[in-house]
Design a protein around this ligand. Structure first.
Ligand SMILES: [Zn+2]
Length: 233
């Protein structure tokens, strides 16, 4: 019974350590996803900038083409003999000029937007570096805690194995089954005539039998194995 009680205490401790470890691992995952998020946002901005750069290049090519046309038309003007033809080419030139003015405006807009984007990306990269440095520190701290837990887990596990060796297989089986059924708690303390697992009063005769501690007794209400802790110390 003493071994069983010890086993229960060890198992609860191990459950606690396991839970703590999972919480810490969750914290690390949350920190990592924060970095991933920041990286993803930067990648998005970068592809937006690349697209804009492409668009700007396209507009600049159109602009160069239009400017060439104007130069050519102006050269043609000098060779024109008739008034009518002269007017037609002049009209072409002025509409081409209007178009180039529009294209130049478009290029300027894109350059402005690109500068904004690049400043934004730079700022985000600076933030990311800071975030990564912070997170590296935090992760180290958490990792340290996890390692400490792993050491506790190891010593608890060896203690557990030593306990198990001293217990009959049938008792162990009963204990394990109860652990599954009773959310991890198979052995509970009986105190002042009551079961501390379910807080129900125990029949006086059963309670008295506990003092002899020569057999495994269970609570008639929650079926957990009962022990008297104070009397054992
Ligand atoms: Zn009970």
């Amino acid at each position: 019974l003493k071994l069983l009680d010890e086993l229960q205490l060890i198992d609860l401790k191990l459950d606690g350590i396991q839970g703590e470890k999972e919480t810490l691992q969750g914290e690390i995952a949350a920190l990592e996803s924060k970095v991933d998020e920041a990286r993803g946002a930067i990648a998005e901005k970068e592809s937006e900038a690349a697209l804009l750069e492409e668009e700007k290049k396209g507009v600049e090519e159109n602009l160069a083409l239009e400017l060439d046309n104007i130069v050519r038309s102006e050269a043609r003007l000098k060779e024109i003999k008739t008034q009518k033809e002269y007017q037609a080419v002049s009209k072409e030139i002025s509409s081409a000029r209007k178009l180039t003015a529009e294209l130049e405006e478009q290029v300027l807009q894109k350059v402005g937007r690109l500068e904004e984007l690049k400043a934004d990306i730079d700022a985000r990269n600076d933030n990311l570096k800071e975030l990564e440095a912070n997170i590296a520190t935090q992760k180290n701290e958490i990792q340290g805690k996890i390692e400490k837990l792993m050491t506790d887990l190891d010593s608890g596990t060896s203690a557990r194995e030593a306990d198990i060796k001293g217990l009959p297989a049938s008792v162990l089986k009963r204990y394990n089954l109860l652990r599954v059924q009773r959310r991890g708690v198979a052995v509970v303390e009986a105190k002042d005539g009551a079961c501390l697992g379910c807080n129900m009063n125990l029949p006086p005769q059963l309670y008295n039998m506990l003092f002899r501690a020569d057999e495994i007794l269970t609570c008639p209400h929650c079926q957990r194995i009962l022990v008297l802790r104070q009397q054992q110390q």
